[in-house]
Structures are given as structure tokens and as C-alpha cells.
Design a protein around this ligand. Structure first.
Ligand SMILES: [Zn+2]
Ligand SMILES: [Zn+2]
Length: 260
């Protein structure tokens, strides 16, 4: 396969030319740009360029959509948070001379079997971590001081996926995605695929559209104490917090009161 041979040659050259820390931060930035910023921009453009299509496919009514001011505030906050964490990552790598990485960077590409095994393991572990931490963040004490910021969007949009208090961003967004594969010392490209897929998933479940797999998490933003899980949802089913369909007029089963 010529494409595979070309990719292997390029990857091998990258691993011998650049230090591990430089490869790690490049992978992190590219995943964030592709999986989060690009897809979030496309969802926003859909609102602007195709308003009638957008209106037909929005899960919540046009009256409850975020205002222009809210979108701009969200953009500024998320962009600042992204730049700050990249800067912090750079400082940490600088002090270790770019020699350290949480992952493995061999000169060969990961095998398909390795990628699938890493993906499945990380997906299950991330779901367990995210569900537990997210549910804890709904405890009144933590909610008021931390999680309320993310819930200020009762009608979410893709960019709002990362609109969160820094503590929440670290504990609920970053850690459940990074830790499982860091503990396994996975191949960095296998991690990059998982990270990009999860960023794409978080942007999509916040998109507010009925075709992007957003129904479950959209209901979490609208109704608060349901659907705590990420993409899998099995823990919601197990612990009885699962709500898949909802009568939007407010007659869904077990409607919970909104958080203060
Ligand atoms: Zn929540
Ligand atoms: Zn959310």
C-alpha cells in the first residue's frame, strides 16, 4: 500500500527529527483545531448561512437560542482558555527540554488492532470517569461554584462544549480523555485519534441539532438532572438517570427541577 508506506516514512522522519514534547504539543493543537474549532465553526456557519435549514433541525425553539452577545462571550472565554492551557503545556515542556511525553512515540505507526483496543478501552474508561465527575459536579455546593457556568447555556451550541470553569475543564473534560491512554502509555497517534473523535463528539452533542447525536446531552442542558453520561450512556441507563425522548411541552417522565 503506497499511502501507508508514505505515511510510515513521514512519521518515522518526524520521530527522529523532533523531540517528544514538540510532537506531543503539535498533536494536541492539531486535534483541538480539527476536532473542536473547525467543527464548531461549521455548526455556527450553518446558523448564519442556512437559517431556514438550521431552524428546522434545531432541537430547541428559535426563541431560546443563545444571543449574539452570549456567543461572543463564549468564543472569547473558550479561545482564552485554549490559549492559556497551550501556553501552560509549552512552559511545562520547556522546563523538561521537550524530552518528556505522557505517551509513547515510536518510529512506526500504530497497528489497527492497537488503535481499536485503545479506543474501546479509553471510551469505556472515559464514560465512567465523566459520569462520576459530572454527577458530582451537580452536588449543590460544586454546582453553584463550578458547574453553573457550563449550564448557563440551557440551549447549547457547539462552542459551549468547552465553556466551563477551569476546574471543571480540567477534571471533567481533559482528565477523562487524557488519563486512560496516558496510563496505558499508548502510541501518541492512537491517542490523537481518540482525542479528535472525543472533541468532535463534545462539539456535536452541544450543537443543538437533531442530526448530530445531540438529543441526550441537549436534554441535560435543558432539564439538568438527567443524562449525565458522555457518548455511551450506559451508566445513565444503569443508575436510572437516562432520558432518551422527552415531550418538549414538559410532560417527560420524571422531570427534575432546575438547578439554582
Ligand atoms: Zn451538567
Ligand atoms: Zn454540556
Amino acid at each position: 500500500m503506497p499511502l501507508l508506506t508514505t505515511l510510515t516514512t513521514h512519521w518515522s522522519a518526524i520521530t527522529t527529527t523532533y523531540p517528544p514534547g514538540a510532537i506531543e504539543i503539535t498533536v494536541a493543537i492539531l486535534s483541538q483545531l480539527l476536532g473542536f474549532w473547525l467543527i464548531s465553526t461549521l455548526y455556527l456557519l450553518l446558523d448564519l448561512l442556512y437559517p431556514s435549514f438550521s431552524q428546522t433541525h434545531k432541537l430547541q425553539s428559535s426563541r431560546s437560542q443563545p444571543s449574539r452577545t452570549a456567543i461572543l462571550l463564549c468564543f472569547r472565554t473558550v479561545a482564552t482558555a485554549n490559549l492559556s492551557s497551550t501556553l501552560l503545556h509549552l512552559v511545562l515542556l520547556h522546563f523538561t527540554n521537550y524530552k518528556l511525553t505522557l505517551f509513547t512515540i515510536p518510529s512506526h505507526l500504530p497497528t489497527m488492532r492497537e488503535i481499536l483496543s485503545d479506543f474501546l478501552y479509553a471510551l469505556v474508561t472515559r464514560e465512567a470517569l465523566f459520569y462520576t465527575i459530572h454527577r458530582a459536579l451537580h452536588h449543590p455546593l460544586l454546582y453553584r461554584h463550578i458547574h453553573k457556568q457550563h449550564h448557563s447555556f440551557t440551549t447549547p451550541m457547539a462552542l459551549a462544549a468547552q465553556y466551563a470553569h477551569p476546574v471543571e475543564h480540567l477534571l471533567a473534560n481533559v482528565m477523562p480523555i487524557v488519563l486512560p491512554l496516558a496510563l496505558r502509555r499508548a502510541h501518541i497517534l492512537s491517542f490523537a485519534l481518540f482525542l479528535t473523535a472525543m472533541l468532535l463528539e463534545t462539539a456535536s452533542v452541544h450543537s443543538g441539532y437533531d442530526f448530530a447525536g445531540a438529543r441526550r446531552h441537549d436534554l441535560h442542558h435543558e432539564k439538568f438532572r438527567v443524562n449525565y453520561g458522555a457518548s455511551v450512556g450506559v451508566l445513565d441507563w444503569l443508575f436510572g438517570t437516562d432520558v432518551v425522548g422527552w415531550d418538549r411541552k414538559g410532560k417527560g417522565k420524571g422531570e427534575e427541577k432546575k438547578e439554582e
